[in-house]
Design a protein around this ligand. Structure first.
Ligand code: NDP
Length: 487
């Protein structure tokens, strides 16, 4: 286990000009020094990535050779998953059960995209002209700046890095200052294992300095961002100023809809998993539960009862259900949003009070009577706070679920297949789970609607996000003529 963190820039792992501390939210104290990048480090990382784009080892690699390197990345993850998981758990407080399972699953992403890296084929369109052969090739977009949040660092990096590498791009990643350790260590392990220098670089530091330098850097060809809607908007605007593409995976206010014909026990499990796993610190958190009125009292009672039995504690213990909130400022924000909801008329039926003043835990909280005009109905909490509301008709359930500026995900609980299909079609979100919640695979596309962002991650087409097309016209009959000679 390393506790000395270094940035990976080109072929070198190095400290920063200064360091900052990363907090262990369970112990409530700094646990590791993190290198702070200077602007020259960002310059160096982007220059190394640009150089790798044309290096024989990477730029000159064939599809099968890139596939072999993606398999190498997967093997490194498999071999080091437990170390990386522990780094994440210490950094962001997510329970070891979840970080381990997540990171162990990530190898699958690299193997899936390895299978695509040798299938990036061109096309031969009909040019409509007998004397012209036209062909189209796909080229890597170039250097990708990847900006990551703190809640699932390696997984969310993987959503970008695996298809970007399959496409032949090089990546400079900027992890969150709240949980940079696992990504810094991962890059170091990859360099040691033989990933060519410059293909994957990591610079750490704050978003307002290092993140901004990276987005504004003239050597970056695309920005792939996961984080809050507020910062995503700024990042996209900066990328837009430079006329480079961006992809944004942002926040959500997802609804879990329980119809009267649902399997109640399964639905309650789905609601609990959707909002209380990882203390609600997930983009797809099912933060609104819409319950058919005839089931409302029963489902609410079961959710409240289950919420009170969730075991909070040391995230490094395999028997803990949920760990602490990642950092003090975020805990304060969750607490103030719940207080505001109560001032706006909401009733607290579970949780709703911070643990002791010096604790980093926030209890599973269930609110009823949340006004549809209130902040709690519309804004992402990114914490363990559930708003529960009854509905009378299928149409009303759809209207309530779609009453959001976000559009990331939704859950539908019903045993009526026709209803499942109908409601899934009507929901304005990128992912619908029917009789399930929060399942994920590399093969299923993941992208938002509305203020949840744009740009597909996962699925075959994700590689296309890191490619651009070039059309080549070839005149075949020697018939090019002076355009100004008549006849
Ligand atoms: P933030 O938006 O605060 O930060 C995301 C990243 O952007 C961090 O690395 C941050 O750096 C960096 N950053 C901050 N300011 C700038 C800037 N001006 N320019 C460039 N980069 C900047 O999000 P959080 O880290 O708090 O993550 C939580 C959010 O992420 C939630 O809204 C959640 O819904 C969303 N999310 C979305 C997912 C999805 O797939 N849709 C998945 C997971 C999370 P630093 O932290 O160092 O300041």
């Amino acid at each position: 286990m390393t506790e000395i963190l270094r940035m990976t820039i080109g072929g070198e792992c190095r400290p920063g000009v200064a360091t900052f501390s990363s907090l262990d939210p369970y112990l409530g104290k700094a646990w590791v020094d993190v290198p702070e990048a200077a602007e020259s480090d960002v310059d160096g990382a982007v220059a190394a990535a640009r150089q790798a784009l044309t290096s024989p080892a990477w730029g000159g690699a064939t599809g099968p050779e890139r596939a072999a390197l993606l398999h190498l990345v997967a093997d490194v993850l498999d071999a080091n998953a437990d170390e990386l998981a522990l780094l994440e758990t210490r950094d962001n407080g997510k329970v070891i059960r979840e970080t381990t399972a997540q990171i162990r699953s990530c190898g699958g992403w690299y193997r899936y995209f390895a299978g695509l890296s040798d299938k990036i084929n061109g096309t031969l369109p009909d040019t409509g002209r007998k004397n012209y052969l036209g062909y189209v090739v796909s080229e890597p977009v170039g250097v990708v700046g990847a900006i990551l949040p703190w809640n699932s660092p390696i997984l969310l990096l993987t959503f970008k890095l695996a298809p970007a590498l399959a496409a032949g791009c090089c990546v400079v990643a900027k992890p969150s200052e709240h949980a940079p350790a696992s990504i810094l260590r991962f890059a170091e392990l990859l360099l040691e294992a033989g990933l060519p220098p410059g293909v994957f670089n990591v610079v750490s530091g704050s978003g307002s300095a290092v993140g901004e330098w990276l987005v504004a850097h003239p050597g970056v060809d695309k920005v792939a961002f996961t984080g809050s809607t507020t910062v995503g908007r700024q990042v996209a605007a900066k990328a837009g100023e430079r006329l480079i593409p961006s992809s944004l995976e942002l926040g959500g206010k997802s609804a879990n809809i329980v119809f009267a014909d649902a399997d109640i026990e399964a639905a309650v499990n789905g609601i609990i998993a959707g909002i209380f796993a990882a203390s609600g610190q997930t983009c797809v958190a099912g933060s609104r539960a819409l319950i058919a009125r005839e089931l409302y009292d029963d489902v609410l009672a079961r959710v409240v009862a289950r919420a009170s039995t969730i075991r909070m504690g040391d995230p490094k213990s395999w028997t803990t259900d949920v760990g602490p909130i990642c950092f003090p400022g975020h805990l304060t924000r969750i607490d103030s949003m719940v207080r505001k909801a109560v001032r706006d008329g909401a009733a607290v039926v579970a949780g709703g009070e911070r643990e002791a003043a010096d604790s980093q835990f926030y209890p599973a909280t269930v609110l009823t009577d949340v006004a549809m005009t209130s902040m709690m109905w519309h804004e992402e909490v990114f914490g363990p706070v559930l708003a529960v509301m009854p509905f009378d008709t299928e149409g009303e359930a759809i209207t309530l679920a779609n009453d959001s500026k976000y559009g990331l995900a939704a859950g539908v609980w019903t045993n009526d297949l026709r209803r499942a299909v109908r409601v899934s079609a009507a929901l304005q979100v990128g992912t619908v789970w029917v009789n399930s919640y929060r399942t994920l695979t590399f093969a299923m596309p993941f992208e938002g609607r509305g203020q949840s962002g744009f740009g597909q991650e996962n699925g075959i087409e994700a590689v296309g996000q890191f490619l651009r097309r070039k059309s080549v016209w070839i005149e075949t009959e020697g018939s090019s003529r002076d355009p100004f000679v008549v006849g």
